[in-house]
Design a protein around this ligand. Structure first.
Ligand SMILES: Nc1nc2c(ncn2[C@@H]2O[C@H](COP(=O)(O)OP(=O)(O)OP(=O)(O)O)[C@@H](O)[C@H]2O)c(=O)[nH]1
Length: 202
C-alpha cells in the first residue's frame, strides 16, 4: 500500500485473531468508528478497515484486518498474515475456553507471520461482564511467557481499546526494521548524502 500523503510516515498492517465471539470485530469497530453493536454478526473470511493515527506528531496509516474466528470461514488464513507487523490476539475474560485456545492462535501466528519481529499483543476483552472466568494475573502471565504486550479491555464500554492500539503501534514504530519503507530510506539518503559513510578510502 503506497503512502501518497507526504505527512504519513508509514502504513502498517495489523491483524486481529482469536476464537469466534471474543469481540474482534467489536474492538476494531470501537477503535475505528467508535461504535458498538450488541448483536454483531460473525465475520466471514476477513473484514478490513483503514484508519489514520497520530503518534508522537507522526501520522501512521493503519490497515486493520479482522479475521473470522470460526474455522469454516478461515480458508485463506496464510495469506492474511503476509506482511503483518502487528497481531492482536483476543480472548474473552468471561469464557475460559477462549483463553485455553490461545496456544493454538499463537502457534498459527508463528507459523504464518512473514516478519520475524512482529509485535504481538494479548487483549482480554469483555471486562464489563460480571462473571469473570480468567483473572488479570493469568492473562498477564500468559503474555509474559509469550513476550506479548498485554491489556484488558471492553469494546462495549471503550475501556482499554484506544490504549491497546496506541501501545501496539508505538511498539511497532520502536522496532527497527519492521516498518521503515523503501521511500523513507531513500529520502533520508538523498537529504543527507554526507552522513553516509564512504567505503572508498581515498
Ligand atoms: N458485553 C460485551 N459484549 C461484547 C464485547 N465485545 C463484543 N461483545 C459482543 O460479543 C459478540 C461477538 O462479538 P464479535 O465482535 O462479533 O466477535 P468476533 O470475535 O469478531 O467473532 P467472529 O467474527 O465469529 O470471529 C457480539 O454480540 C458483541 O456485541 C464487550 O466488550 N462486552
Amino acid at each position: 500500500m503506497a503512502n501518497d500523503n507526504p505527512n504519513v510516515l508509514t502504513t502498517l498492517k495489523v491483524l486481529i485473531v482469536g476464537e469466534s465471539g471474543v469481540g474482534k470485530s467489536s474492538l476494531m469497530l470501537r477503535f475505528v468508528d467508535d461504535t458498538f453493536d450488541p448483536e454483531m454478526a460473525a465475520t466471514i473470511g476477513v473484514d478490513f478497515r483503514v484508519t489514520t493515527m497520530n503518534i508522537d506528531n507522526s501520522f501512521v496509516k493503519l490497515a486493520i484486518w479482522d479475521t473470522a474466528g470460526q474455522e469454516r470461514f478461515r480458508t485463506l488464513t496464510p495469506s492474511y498474515y503476509r506482511g503483518g507487523q502487528g497481531i492482536i490476539c483476543v480472548y474473552d475474560v468471561s469464557r475460559r475456553d477462549t483463553f485455553d485456545r490461545l496456544e493454538h492462535w499463537i502457534a498459527e501466528v508463528d507459523t504464518y507471520c512473514t516478519k520475524t519481529d512482529v509485535v504481538k499483543m494479548l487483549v482480554g476483552n469483555k471486562i464489563d461482564v460480571e462473571d469473570r472466568a480468567v483473572t488479570r494475573e493469568e492473562g498477564l502471565q500468559f503474555a509474559k511467557r509469550h513476550r506479548m504486550l498485554f491489556i484488558e479491555a471492553s469494546a462495549k464500554t471503550r475501556e482499554g481499546v484506544q490504549c491497546a492500539f496506541e501501545e501496539l503501534i508505538t511498539k511497532i514504530l520502536q522496532t527497527p526494521g519492521l516498518w521503515e519503507s523503501a521511500t523513507a530510506k531513500l529520502k533520508l539518503t538523498r537529504q543527507h548524502p554526507e552522513d553516509v559513510p564512504s567505503s572508498c578510502s581515498c
